[in-house]
Design a protein around this ligand. Structure first.
Ligand SMILES: NC(=O)c1ccc[n+]([C@@H]2O[C@H](COP(=O)([O-])OP(=O)(O)OC[C@H]3O[C@@H](n4cnc5c(N)ncnc54)[C@H](O)[C@@H]3O)[C@@H](O)[C@H]2O)c1
Ligand SMILES: [Zn+2]
Length: 236
């Protein structure tokens, strides 16, 4: 099996997607039926869905919170936390996932570019910072209000919204000499472009997942396998 050597001068940027949490029992969506936990994305994960039916959006994300709380990190999450302990500030993790399995495995230098299940924020974007919130809401009337009076919304980047922390992500990609991408179908932008940005300055790029992503041709290596089986032995 491929071993990736990491030299003292290397800087590693890791991008993860829903696939890394699949072995923890959290469903991906594109790999199976194109639905996320039985829902069409347009019905639960867009600004229009929030506008039209906030009750359904909260029902969906409450269910994701309940499911996330039952899940445990798997060997892939732990392998990345181990790598961070070895590399320190030469390691950076960007996840598209909204679950908290990376931090529960011990990752620290990470950003959630698509938001976090365990937080809520002002539905009117009044400028208040997101608040910790793991509540599984039984009804829309139970959902709290921001100081400004607007209903709280999940701290999730809906499809069509701009991902979080793009400046920091871009800066980390610019510094990276090795990019490792795990468990993402390569169909959600801008994340699917990160590999191209890394290639522009000559970084090595490796994909890990059971099937080739849509952007497979941009990688120097594609390792076909499950993240929990491949990652623990990947880094020499
Ligand atoms: N756990 C979560 O937080 C979660 C779950 C579902 C969707 N989402 C959201 O939906 C979007 C989904 O896009 P995406 O590209 O991340 O996911 P996706 O559902 O489009 O693709 C999942 C990818 O994971 C791969 N995969 C399946 N099992 C795997 C395994 N054991 N090891 C490694 N890879 C595996 C599949 O081959 C597929 O390419 C993201 O923006 C994310 O925010 C998040
Ligand atoms: Zn507000």
């Amino acid at each position: 099996m491929l071993k990736i050597s990491i030299a003292d001068e290397d800087r590693v940027f890791v991008l993860t997607g829903a696939g890394i949490s699949a072995e923890s029992g959290l469903p991906t969506f594109r790999a199976s039926d194109g639905l996320w936990a039985g829902h069409r994305i347009e019905d639960v994960c867009t600004p229009e869905a929030w506008e039209r039916n906030p009750g359904l959006v909260w029902e969906f994300y409450s269910a994701r919170r309940a499911q996330g709380a039952m899940a445990e990190p798997n060997p892939a999450h732990f392998a990345l936390a181990d790598l961070e302990r070895r590399l320190g500030t030469r390691f950076f993790l960007c996840t598209q996932n909204v679950d908290d399995l990376h931090e529960r495995a011990g990752s620290v230098r990470l950003v959630h570019m698509h938001g976090e299940l365990a937080k809520s924020r002002c539905g009117a974007e009044c400028g208040e910072v997101p608040v910790a919130d793991r509540t599984v809401y039984e009804s829309l009337s139970a959902v709290g209000r921001c100081k400004c009076g607007a209903r709280l919304r999940p701290h999730i980047v809906f499809f069509g919204e701009i991902p979080l922390e793009m400046g920091r992500i871009q800066a980390e990609i610019d510094k990276a000499s090795l990019m490792v991408v795990v468990g993402t179908s390569g169909s959600v932008y801008p994340a699917a472009n990160f590999v191209h940005w890394a290639r522009q300055h000559g970084a090595r790029t490796v994909y890990v997942g059971p099937e080739k992503p849509l952007n497979a041709s941009a990688f120097t290596h594609v390792v076909e396998g499950k993240a929990g089986e491949v990652l623990p032995g990947l880094f020499a």
